[in-house]
Ligand binder design. Structure first.
Ligand SMILES: Cc1ncc(COP(=O)(O)O)c(C=O)c1O
Length: 476
């Protein structure tokens, strides 16, 4: 009996982490360790469907995600092979933890960084924590939809020449709307100027599988974070941080992931990562091909659209990620938010995001030909009921606000809340996240501009709408 128990704890060849957890759970071992539910799903019935019987802590034989030696070391080696990284670090606190760790590891305190302005809020928070001095790159936007285009290598070169002390460049590729940048050329530009490249590929963990465009990991980026949960078969919060090349010490990155991860990393989430890697190793290519075939079928159905259209990127876009479907209310008498409402109320379809003139529908490896056919049928049915609306007026281009104070100075300054209408010309003491998914219109220390508020009001913020008051610096 004891031998069988030891076999469960120390057998390194077991099929999956979930198998190992299942066997431990079935072994009759008395858990005199965390978590406090003790796998007692009789008294705590709601925990049974949540998988409590597999929810353990870092007991002997089950390694430690934050200090991988055995089981997790093998998992990370497999992940690195799969995506083509020098080293991969599994994360259970989302890409958010990876972004914070990567930027803190790569930028010395007070160092200069170059950020694409359409970066996710976690990138701004990382810069804030590293006390970094950001310079911004503003990618050009598609004039009809306002969707930010790709970051170009030429823009990065120009910005790095203007700010030669920058040590890290951070870009998002693909973006929320599926816009991909030419990471290979951007990496060359960065490396030629002594800067590291971090790519937020939270939306692109599937890139490189089957016929999907290449991942930034294989295009020379030094640090790449991917949310497994956004597009692949894995539970929410699972992510992976790839450390590439010779320019940054993986141990330094790991030290930082430990800072930003829970010291009790969930075994349920870890088992999900293990299962996802397992699946991708065996069937990733075939699954990606099925997914792309379903998308191609969707596109064929969408060819008949008369008023709505599927956004094709245009001149500002280097490449598009086919996992995203942006339905543009091109010539329809509908706003994007109305369109999202029709999907919800008439078709029981929930899209990822609604904007003034488009919606973003996310597909994932879990989609099937059938699910995308259902979505295509809904898009075509709505299109048939639309009337000609006249093209939406071009979206006002986002203009970088004037910067008066650094983020750190602004956050440390006294101030007061001010009604939005009276805030023009004042210095913001807070972030205003008005571009989904959490891209700031205003960063602390920036001057609140006239046109900005009108435009921003039409956009989503992560609070559902733009706040009515804004904290302004020096207004106490
Ligand atoms: C571009 C981008 N980066 C990073 C993140 C953070 O990812 P996670 O939710 O896995 O922490 C998000 C989340 O939406 C995102 O859209």
């Amino acid at each position: 009996m004891l031998d069988a128990y030891r076999e469960i704890l120390y057998n390194g060849t077991m099929e999956s982490l979930l198998d190992k957890l299942r066997q431990y759970s079935d072994s009759g071992a008395l858990a005199m360790h965390m978590p406090g539910h003790k796998r007692n799903t009789e008294d705590f019935a709601w925990l049974a469907p949540l998988g409590a019987r597999f929810d353990i802590t870092e007991i002997d034989g089950f390694d430690n995600l934050n200090d991988p030696q055995e089981l997790f070391a093998r998992l990370e080696e497999r992940a690195a092979r799969l995506w083509g990284a020098k080293q991969s670090i599994c994360l259970v606190n989302g890409s958010t933890a990876g972004v914070l760790a990567a930027i803190r590891a790569a930028v010395p305190s007070g160092g200069e960084i170059l950020l694409a302005r359409n970066s996710h809020k976690s990138v701004y928070h990382a810069a804030e924590l590293a006390d970094a001095k950001p310079h911004y790159l503003l990618p050009s936007a598609d004039p009809q939809t306002g969707i930010f285009g790709s970051v170009s290598a030429a823009e990065v070169a120009q910005a790095l020449d203007a700010h030669p002390n920058v040590r890290l460049v951070a870009v998002t590729s693909p973006t929320y709307e599926g816009v991909i940048s030419d990471v290979r050329r951007i990496a060359d530009v960065c490396h030629a100027r002594g800067a590291l490249l971090f790519v937020d590929e939270a939306h692109g963990a599937h890139l490189g599988f089957g016929g999907f465009p290449e991942s930034a990991v294989r295009c020379g980026a030094d640090l790449v974070v991917q949310s497994l949960h956004k597009t692949l078969p894995s539970l929410t919060q699972t992510a992976i941080l790839h450390v590439n090349g010779e320019r940054i010490d993986p141990a330094r990155v790991r030290r930082n992931t430990v800072i930003f991860q829970s010291s009790s990393p969930s075994y349920l989430l870890s088992a999900s990562i293990d299962g996802c890697v397992n699946y991708l190793e065996r069937q990733g290519t075939a699954a990606a091909e099925r997914w792309l075939a379903a998308r191609a079928e969707f596109d064929r159905a969408a060819e008949s659209l008369a008023h709505l259209c599927i956004w094709q990127g245009g001149q500002t876009v280097f490449a598009q990620d086919p996992s995203k479907i942006v339905v543009f209310c091109a010539d329809a008498d509908l706003t994007g938010r109305e369109l999202a409402g029709i999907f919800r109320e008439q078709f029981r379809i929930e899209v990822e995001m609604a904007h003034e003139c488009y919606v973003v529908a996310m597909t994932g490896m879990g989609d099937t030909a059938q699910s995308l056919r259902r979505f295509a049928d809904a898009v075509c049915a709505i299109d048939r009921t639309c009337r000609k609306g006249g093209l939406p007026r071009p979206v006002q281009p986002f203009v970088l606000p004037e910067k008066r104070l650094s983020v750190g100075e602004a956050l440390a300054s006294p101030g007061a809340f001010c009604p939005l209408a009276e805030a023009v010309g004042q210095v913001s003491g807070e972030y205003v996240w008005a571009y989904p998914p959490g891209i700031p219109v205003l960063v602390p220390g920036e001057v609140i501009g006239e046109g900005m508020l009108g435009e921003a009001e039409k956009l989503h913020s992560d609070r559902g709408q733009l706040p009515k008051r804004i904290f302004c610096v020096g207004n106490a």
